[in-house]
Design a protein around this ligand. Structure first.
Ligand code: NAP
Length: 288
């Protein structure tokens, strides 16, 4: 799997209410910054985002060769577009995985996905059945690599015992530090897989949150940013990139300037004291 060091997240794309030309301009702007990988899910924007992205790509078909597409499947939402769903639930059956991947291909207007992830751990997941679905999609050339999202190390290992996986896409930022202590990032190092990181800025809360921890983290990010001559957002991305598991953050902004700030972090290596200052701003106490 070869993704760009910063991935662009398409979750909020429908909220930006852009026309297809504006969506293409964002895609091309990301590419110009070296952000060549785009993260999707079948459900984003109420099952709309993949189609909106595909419409933009159709305006300039050669762009597809310059980017990598990651998408996800396995969540079934209650939504007018899916009237048969009585309750939000998970479905990792082979027919659903294959049908969802094929629908993603159709909506994105492409004949292959670079990476397909199971969006959430499914208590009813049959690892052998998922492996059969992945094998079929791989053999037919429809999907190149497979992974998971929000899986615990144990859940990851069950599926990895049946079929090769390349990543676990997880939430991690200074206000959500659990992956550092619950074994998730240790597991990535043990498996030598690079985690993809969602909501690297806590969905913007790092800069807008009023809780004490958010205020402390924001203050520390700003202090280090001033000393380094970069933006606080750049330091927030650098904090993630410093980890030896070589994380791949997914930036979720529609502003190309915010994408530029994320990319700028790839040239910064925080030292252990700077890193710990941000960590302890989150916890509110010194490390033991
Ligand atoms: P994020 O980068 O943490 O948050 C993006 C939000 O922060 C946007 O609303 C953005 O607003 C705002 N923001 C960015 N810079 C800011 C700043 N300097 N000051 C104030 N606000 C700022 O990421 P995210 O969108 O939550 O998630 C990123 C991607 O992860 C998603 O697009 C999706 O692909 C993926 N994801 C995956 C899962 C999963 O379960 N696997 C779950 C959630 C998300 P502007 O647009 O105005 O900059």
């Amino acid at each position: 799997m070869s993704l760009s060091p910063i991935v662009a997240g398409a979750w909020r794309l429908a909220d930006w209410t852009w026309n297809a030309a504006e969506r293409l301009a964002w895609i091309e702007g990301c590419l110009d910054l070296g952000v060549t990988s785009f993260d999707h899910a079948d459900i984003y924007g109420g099952y709309r985002v993949e189609e909106l992205f595909g419409e933009a790509l159709a305006l300039s078909p050669s762009v597809r060769q310059r980017l990598q597409l990651v998408t996800k499947c396995g969540i079934r939402l209650c939504h007018p577009a899916r009237s048969a769903h009585r309750i939000k639930h998970y479905d990792t059956s082979a027919p659903h995985i294959i049908a969802s991947a094929e629908e993603s291909l159709r909506l994105l207007g492409t004949d292959y996905l670079d990476v397909l992830l199971l969006h959430r751990p499914d208590p009813l997941m049959d690892a052998d059945e998922v492996a059969r679905a992945f094998d079929e999609l791989r053999t037919s050339g429809k999907v190149r690599y497979f992974g998971v999202s929000n899986f615990s190390p144990a859940q990851y290992d069950v599926l990895q015992s049946r079929t090769p996986l390349v990543t676990n896409q997880i939430e991690w930022h200074p206000l959500h530090r659990a992956p550092l202590t619950d074994g998730t990032l240790d597991h990535c190092q043990r498996r030598r897989i690079r985690p993809m990181i969602w909501s690297p800025l806590a969905g913007g809360t790092l800069f807008t949150g009023e809780e004490a921890a958010a205020r402390r983290v924001r203050g520390m990010l700003q202090q280090i940013a001033i000393a380094r001559g970069v933006s606080a957002a750049t330091i927030a991305f650098a904090w993630l990139l410093r980890h030896p598991s070589r994380p791949i953050p997914i930036a979720g902004s529609g502003r190309l300037e915010a994408m530029r700030e994320a990319v700028a972090a790839t040239t910064i290596r925080l030292d252990a004291q700077e890193w710990t200052e941000i960590y302890t701003a989150g916890t509110g106490r010194d490390v033991p």
